[in-house]
Write a protein that binds this ligand. Structure first.
Ligand SMILES: Cc1cc2nc3c(=O)[nH]c(=O)nc-3n(C[C@H](O)[C@H](O)[C@H](O)COP(=O)(O)O)c2cc1C
Length: 368
């Protein structure tokens, strides 16, 4: 439970700036993500009408509970942002103290706040008392390996009235490097009574299971692994319920991808929609052999109908070429599919590294 909301399962989508927009959230929710916050919105509400921020606050299609994540460092501004988000339809406010992006930390927001526990307390108090809705906190394990104050922050948050935590098991200084400290997540979980979602480098259903077993967390939160495979939620949630879920056919994927493209054009308009769609097409294709030529075309087109046309053509071809192979993926033999998931693990790791590279080359900055 998250306040009055009963979550449908233990697998959440991690907020990711530039990725978890309304169309992507809806997709992930349909595939079994039980909760999906918006990408973070900066607490300065004057910026909310900007061309960039407006789509970030589009909540009309989100299933309940609708969650808006806010980032900032001024308690009064954060409180005002929480109220404004509620006015826009949010049912849960998530506070970002997990993002180590320089742009965010320079303003002493995001994970930079973890360094200043008094300020954390002020912000949490301000936001919790500003709204009737449940407030959750997305945090890291501390500021740096010498200052792992995650347990203290989590206890403080609970005492102030925070209703749930998502913990990325790394310190701010570790960014995305090094192993995830599931141990610290376990310590946090053992010290608080509110729901805790474990986050960081979870890329397969079996890994989700072992993270839950080890940390005793209430759920897992998946981020980068969902890029290009929103159906991962169905796979992970199914595995956790001990169901063997049949992988989606390439035909089903094609239809999902085409519908996803349409919803991006609808939200962003033609010009920006095509550009946002390019990113997702890159992710959708990273698992697919022979996509290089298609992608080089898809990344150049300037017209949505053309982008749809070449995408459909590529996936139609793929359907014909791969259907025979897909027949082998039926879950008839016990454990077959689950084993396949495990075999995918090294591939998933490689994909994560590729995503880091793509992010860096696209933005010119290190990934959060
Ligand atoms: C491109 C990108 C953008 C992100 N943006 C946010 C954000 O807006 N808010 C936030 O709390 N965390 C953000 N994160 C961190 C993720 O929510 C998550 O904690 C992190 O990716 C670790 O989970 P993963 O290993 O499953 O990806 C972002 C991560 C990435 C890769």
């Amino acid at each position: 439970m998250l306040g009055p909301y009963e979550l449908t399962g233990p697998v959440a989508l991690a907020p990711m700036a530039g990725i978890t927009d309304a169309p992507f959230r809806l997709l992930c929710r349909r595939f079994g993500a039980s909760i999906a916050a918006t990408e973070m919105v900066i607490a300065d509400t004057q910026l909310w009408t900007s061309r960039k921020s407006r789509p970030r606050l589009y909540l009309a299609d989100d299933p309940e509970p609708r969650v808006v994540q806010i980032a900032g460092s001024e308690p009064r501004q954060m409180a005002a942002a929480a109220r404004a988000a509620i006015d826009q339809g949010a049912q849960v406010i998530d506070i970002n103290m997990g993002c180590p992006a320089k742009k965010v930390c320079r303003k002493l927001a995001g994970s930079a706040l973890l360094k200043n526990e008094q300020q954390v307390e002020n912000i949490l108090h301000a936001v919790v008392s500003a709204v009737d809705a449940p407030v959750t906190l997305k945090m890291r394990t501390g500021w740096d390996p010498g200052n792992r104050n995650g347990v203290r922050i989590a206890k403080l948050a609970e005492s102030i009235g925070i209703r749930g935590l998502a913990v990325h098991g790394r310190t701010r200084a570790c960014k995305f490097r090094g192993p995830v400290e599931y141990e610290t997540i376990r310590n946090i979980k053992s010290e608080v009574g509110i729901p805790v979602f474990a986050n960081g480098d979870i890329v397969t259903p079996a890994q989700a299971r072992s993270v839950l077993d080890f940390t005793r967390a209430d759920g897992v939160m998946l981020g980068r692994v969902a890029q290009g495979q929103p159906w991962i939620f169905q796979e992970v949630a199914g595995f956790l319920q001990k169901k063997c879920v049949q992988p989606l056919s390439i035909r089903a994927r094609r239809d999902i991808i085409l519908a996803h493209l349409e919803s991006m054009y609808e939200l962003y308009g033609e010009y920006r929609g095509i550009r946002v769609a390019r990113k997702h097409l890159g992710w959708y294709c990273q698992h697919l052999a022979g996509a290089k030529e298609f992608l080089s075309l898809a990344l150049r087109v300037e017209c949505s109908s053309e982008q749809i046309k070449i995408t459909k053509k590529f996936f139609d071809r793929l359907c014909i070429d791969t259907e025979a192979t897909e027949k082998h993926l039926t879950p008839g033999e016990p454990g077959t599919w689950c084993e396949q998931q495990e075999k995918r693990q090294p591939q998933n790791r490689q994909n994560l590294q590729n995503r880091h590279r793509l992010f860096r080359s696209e933005t010119g900055r290190s990934e959060t």
